[in-house]
Design a protein around this ligand. Structure first.
Ligand code: ARG
Length: 459
């Protein structure tokens, strides 16, 4: 059947395949609650400026409320012939209330309507993302708090480098997420601008009050240019960019958890609830949740590139291309929310295996830098100290011992400046506590970072 909402100038009906090809209702029906929210505000504004009567406005509001409950109950019949969510709802409204339904679209176009709907949708979802992100940050902080003194090896090149505390490592993840939260908050400012009133592209000849609609919908302001209003999707791209970075962080985090749960590391234990078994190998407990989050990062990166590519050659103003913005955006929202939820649930349940962490930190000469710094304290130039410690490490490697296991005689063979106070310096605790400045791994500093984090989260 022909689309009654725009069929006037057509003599032939749309090809059946083309109708299905151009329709978006299968996916954009998800915007229905926002579409209705926008229509109610639009109707109220049209009433205030004298375009609709109070009675018509009431009919519209009631009709839309009925449609919304019908949709929520799963009883609404979506029609591909009506193309998209907007025309499905408008047609259903007219079917219910007649003439007043036909007046709703006065001074409006689907172009500003859809741009408004996506912004309302994204604003809503951003709120949920921000609160899940915060829950994850809280989980990290509370785990870090229990492990300000838990020693583990820090790595560079995935080789043991220097000892750090597990709390410090967790707070590194907290910092990444803090920046993600800032990016989402910043993105939200530009999401919350209202294109409604831009109409198709040039604005409308009706005496609309865009400030009123913006206020009713909780937007901070109406958009400043109608051409830009209907064609701008920067906000969606920004959101996907912030999401891609967040997912990159979660993916790195995931990679560490996957490594750490392996028998070779055995640094942490994950609760059974976040793992699955193997259908063939009875001993298996696989870290599926972090693996999946690591994998899902790929699709979010892909969605960012999709949207950038979607927009890159579009002339002003609205083009049908923009219909392609929804699926990447929706999937990004869903993937980010799901990944955050999984992590927020999982992180507080991570159990470090302190003994393995400590054992690993004792291997790999993680206090070699401390010995060099000790020699500098005795008046030796750092480069010479580096060389001396390198020779001591070679002896340790050849004889299978850590620096702290070499005798004072052996150490003095490398430098007469070494005294028996060196053994305190070669302990892991001594090494960690010595890095006692802003941003360092000393337990004192980690406790301070945790306090700052808590203050931030309480804001
Ligand atoms: N379904 C369309 C979209 O998602 C709505 C706007 C259509 N406007 C138009 N002039 N065809 O972008």
């Amino acid at each position: 059947k022909q689309n009654k909402l725009w069929g006037g100038r057509f003599t032939e009906s749309t090809d059946a395949f083309v109708q299905a090809f151009t329709a978006s209702v299968d996916f954009d029906q998800r915007l229905a609650p926002y579409d209705i929210q926008g229509s109610v505000a639009h109707a109220k504004m049209l009433t205030k400026v004298g375009i609709l009567t109070e009675q018509e406005c009431q009919q519209i509001e009631e009709g839309l409320a009925d449609i919304l409950s019908c949709i929520q109950a799963g009883e609404f019949e979506w029609s591909v012939a009506l193309e998209d969510v907007h025309m499905n709802i408008e047609a259903a409204l007219t079917e219910r209330i007649g003439m007043a339904g036909k007046k709703l679209h006065t001074g409006r176009s689907r172009n500003d309507q859809v741009a408004t709907d996506i912004r309302l949708f994204l604003r809503d979802q951003l709120g949920m993302i921000q609160s899940e992100l915060k829950r994850l940050q809280q989980g990290l902080v509370s785990l870090a708090e229990q492990h300000t003194d838990t020693i583990m090896p820090g790595f560079t090149h995935l080789q043991v480098a220097q000892p750090v505390t597990f709390g410090h490592h967790l707070m590194a993840w907290f910092e990444m997420l803090k920046r993600d939260a800032e990016r989402f908050a910043d993105c939200a400012k530009r999401v919350n601008v209202m294109p409604l009133g831009s109409a198709a592209l040039a604005g409308t000849s009706y005496p609309i009050d865009r400030f009123m609609t913006a206020e009713l919908l909780g937007f901070s302001r109406p958009s400043a240019n109608s051409l830009d209003g209907v064609s701008d999707r920067d906000f969606a791209i920004e959101f996907c960019a912030a999401s891609a970075l967040l997912m990159t962080h979660l993916s790195r985090f995931s990679e560490e958890i996957v490594l750490w749960t392996s028998a070779q590391f055995n640094f942490v234990d994950l609760p059974d609830a976040f793992c699955t078994g193997s259908s063939i190998m009875p001993q298996k407990k696989n870290p599926d949740v972090p693996e999946l989050v690591r994998g899902k990062t790929g699709r979010v990166n892909g969605h960012l590139v999709s949207l950038l590519t979607l927009m890159k050659s579009q002339p002003l103003a609205y083009n049908k291309d923009n219909q392609e913005d929804k699926e990447p955006l929706f999937d990004t929202v869903d993937t980010v929310l799901g990944s955050l939820r999984a992590f927020a649930d999982m992180v507080p349940n991570i159990k470090p295996v302190k003994a393995s962490m400590l054992k690993a930190a004792k291997q790999g000469f993680s206090t070699a830098t401390d010995l060099a710094d000790y020699l500098v304290g005795k008046g030796i130039a750092f480069r010479d100290a580096h060389e001396i410690v390198g020779l001591a490490v070679r002896l340790g490697t050849e004889t299978g011992r850590d620096l702290s296991e070499l005798s004072l005689d052996e150490l003095q063979g490398f430098s007469q400046d070494i005294g028996d106070d060196v053994f305190q310096v070669l302990t892991l605790e001594g090494s960690v506590c010595a890095r006692n400045h802003l941003g360092g791994t000393a337990p004192n500093q980690v406790r301070q970072a945790i306090m700052d984090a808590k203050t931030l989260l309480a804001e």
